[in-house]
Ligand binder design. Sequence first.
Ligand SMILES: [Zn+2]
Length: 266
Amino acid sequence: MKMFENIPKELTNVVVTGKSGAGKQPRIDVLVSEFQLEQLSTGNIFRTYLGKFNEFGYDDDLGIFWDEEEDSFVSDDEISKILETTDPDIILGMKAKYFVDRGLFVPDYITNELFKGFFSQRNFRGQVLDGYPRTLSQAKFLLELLEENKSDIDFILWVENEDNMIIERTINRRICPECGKVYHLIYAPPNDGKCKVCDTEVIQRSDDTEEKIRSRLKEFSEKVIPAMEFMEEQGVSIAKVPGHLEEFTPENVRKSVLGAINEIYK
Ligand SMILES: [Zn+2]
């Protein structure tokens, strides 16, 4: 691998960022396979904790755990008593479910707590962080957590893409609700509105409307960019890669990612 000779053989942790729909996943795949890292995505963290809590089987209203006057959860001891468990994963799962059930924005301190629980089980190492940090306070929390645990972020991989390209790609996206295959109305159209694999009618995800994409793009500029800039100020290097390649092949994606990383180690 002489071409990319500057890159260290082993990495500790990498943060991957980019606008929603920029094309992060194929780049994450490269990091995972080249450096034996594991993908740690916030979506997966939430699903895991929610799953554990659902399995635990507490069906009463979760409002009992929220102290309206204090505008926060009651103490963990009290939660533990009501749920009749001391398992921290179940307590975290309840907190996540409280916000998700109500369709509320999950506050940073909860996301941080969930993230920390998951990350600690992986010894704060060997992860590609995907979807975290997304705010300045999450970025601060992350850097402190790494310092406390003598771990590190090697660099941020930033997948760049133009707004109009993301919008065009997303509003034309259709998925098969049965097998999950993804289509694009112009570049990879389904067969007369039906999935080529299983013949099910394809659908547009409710998140894929122009209005929702624009709001995600706005959130990226207002919240994620300041978080990344803060990390850079604190000494974390940023490797930028294009989300759009003239010829999109696995080998080109790989070269583009490794080339950008190689540059920061020069
Ligand atoms: Zn299908």
